[in-house]
Design a protein around this ligand. Sequence first.
Ligand SMILES: Nc1ncnc2c1ncn2[C@@H]1O[C@H](COP(=O)(O)OP(=O)(O)O)[C@@H](O)[C@H]1O
Ligand SMILES: [Mg+2]
Length: 306
Amino acid sequence: MSDLLERRFLFVVGKGGVGKTTTSAAIAMAAAGRGKRVLVALCNAKERLSHLLEVPPLTEEVRTLLPGVDAVNMNPAAALREYGHMVLKVDALYRAIFENRVASTFLRGTPGIEAWSMLGKAFFHATAEEAGRPVYDLVIVDAPATGHGLEMLRVPQVICDVAPPGLLRREAQRALNFFRDPERSGVVIVTLPEEMPVAESIELRAALVDELRFPVIRLVANRVVQRLFEPAERDLFQALPSRLPAESPLESLARAGQRRSLREAVQQRSLAKLARALPEPRTELPELASPDLRRAELQALAAVFA
Ligand SMILES: Nc1ncnc2c1ncn2[C@@H]1O[C@H](COP(=O)(O)OP(=O)(O)O)[C@@H](O)[C@H]1O
Ligand SMILES: [Mg+2]
């Protein structure tokens, strides 16, 4: 597991609702537990990280949530303003982009400039130093749901391809080199052990590796349930409800057994498919019983990464 926490930059990607934010928070807590200083960067999200960690809602200002864990909910306009200020060292950039009609035509017309402002900001934090040492040991980007996450990660290459030579293109190239360096960066794909999410993860991984050439370093199968039934027992439970006499008092119990055995069967098939298709090491996070995950549950998931 150690390699994951030794990176400087992680993208956590996957379909909506699979557990990207939960995973980002768990990795952040695990890294902080090792004494690392971590920044979790959300991408203009309707965020629930603050709920998970039991802190006030996140804003576009970087804030410390727990010892060692800072977070920010980036938004394109604020990120762009800051990016201009921090990276390009041009206070006027923001105005140039949003208020100066001539200059803005180009930048606003640059495909993905808003996504780039957030990625660029996250990259800036990953490389920023104070008194000769990094401000953050690890920056975790909790990416938007798959389509958007992928679109966002495509942007630096698009900028390298279309922007005229200059600061913007140089910065995008620098970021791209950093994101593609498996020593420093990595993509974590989160999935559920179910058919559709696994199929999408396989496609997502192909796009990341073959097209974008980003190092995918870990798969996370989230909400994995413990195996209660042997395959033969599963068959039995599948058939059980139909074998009970009408109005049987055991009906709901039999249905619960049927649901559970079905879930286990789907899970086993899906994990096997994942293992066949993708060579990356896999971490399994357990399904937690609590309907509302909070800090204590997160701590349990963090232990898996620690
Ligand atoms: N391991 C888990 N056990 C139980 N519930 C989980 C687990 N992981 C995530 N959830 C629940 O699933 C929902 C989506 O998780 P979240 O991390 O917000 O997904 P995403 O960021 O990918 O949209 C949340 O309601 C969360 O509480
Ligand atoms: Mg999320």
